[in-house]
Ligand binder design. Structure first.
Ligand SMILES: C[S@@+](CC[C@H](N)C(=O)[O-])C[C@H]1O[C@@H](n2cnc3c(N)ncnc32)[C@H](O)[C@@H]1O
Length: 258
């Protein structure tokens, strides 16, 4: 098990829960798809602050949360005493005893270094017949947000940022799962416009939370004008009278290990 922070993001667990709690809130239908049973062993990969791990445990399952961010795991342990959480990288984890299911919400697209390695770790963590139930960003996710970022960076004379996400099409991810030895049961691909209710600065707040590491390479005096420009560019597509709306596209699936 590796104990470094694997993605570009250094997660701010408190800001995540207070302003981006919608991420976990949208996980409820995925838990229904998982359908955890009392006594089942279920691993929550990329568990964040453990909100959904706790929900799974509340249905009587024995849940373990794994996350690459020590800050997220620290918050998960503090919020959910009595549940098990460990720091680990989705590309490179092993478990002593197999699980009945691996669950993952809004995390697989962050594990962008080698998606096949992630799928193989999941397979190895499951018993034969065990299920892999997950939702992640799919192809085209946040395209208006990221187009605004790329344009704003270019206009400010900055190098094009390397966006730290993997957003596959359903066909691509299904092929990876099947090649790795999973039988696909369900795959869904849908737009999910998502209100950024707790982000008064709209796209700029979203960039700070989810692409904050990209700002570290930006001269401090440029950060504010850059983010203002991101907002100007993204507003026509994403700002409504009622507030900002992120252009999320989701890929949701359930697969079974052969
Ligand atoms: C948007 S959060 C989702 C958290 C949680 N599943 C939820 O629904 O609220 C994404 C999580 O993936 C974790 N993550 C990113 N890359 C990872 C990796 N390579 N291995 C394990 N966790 C990772 C992050 O630390 C973060 O907690």
């Amino acid at each position: 098990m590796r104990y470094d922070t694997p993605s570009l993001v250094r997660w701010n667990a408190r800001a995540y829960d207070s302003s981006f709690g919608y991420v976990s809130a949208h996980g409820a239908p995925l838990i229904d798809l998982l359908d955890p049973q009392p006594g089942e062993r279920i691993l929550d990969l990329g568990c964040g602050t453990g909100v959904l791990t706790a929900e799974i445990a509340s249905r009587g399952a024995l849940a373990l949360g794994i996350d690459g961010s020590p800050a997220m795991i620290e918050a998960a342990i503090a919020h959910h005493p009595g549940l098990d959480f460990i720091v680990g990288d989705g590309h490179d984890f092993t478990v002593a005893d197999p699980y009945d299911a691996v669950f993952s919400n809004a995390a697989l697209h962050w594990m962008n270094r080698d998606p096949d390695a992630v799928i193989e770790c999941v397979r190895m963590a499951l018993r034969p017949g065990g299920r892999f139930v997950a939702e992640m960003g799919g192809a085209g996710n946040c395209s208006a947000l990221t187009a605004a970022m790329l344009t704003a960076w270019r206009e400010h004379g900055l190098n094009e940022p390397h966006l730290p996400w993997y957003f596959p099409s359903p066909a691509e991810y299904a092929a990876r799962l099947e090649k790795a030895g999973f039988a696909l049961r369900i795959i869904e691909f849908f737009d999910r416009p998502t209100p950024l209710d707790e982000c008064p600065n709209g796209a700029a707040d979203w960039v700070r939370m989810f692409a904050g590491a990209l700002l570290e390479g930006v001269p401090p005096a440029t950060v504010e004008p850059l983010l203002r420009r991101v907002n100007e560019l993204a507003a026509p597509a994403l700002r409504r009278e009622s507030g900002w709306m992120a252009d999320y596209v989701r890929l949701r699936f359930a697969a079974v290990r052969h």
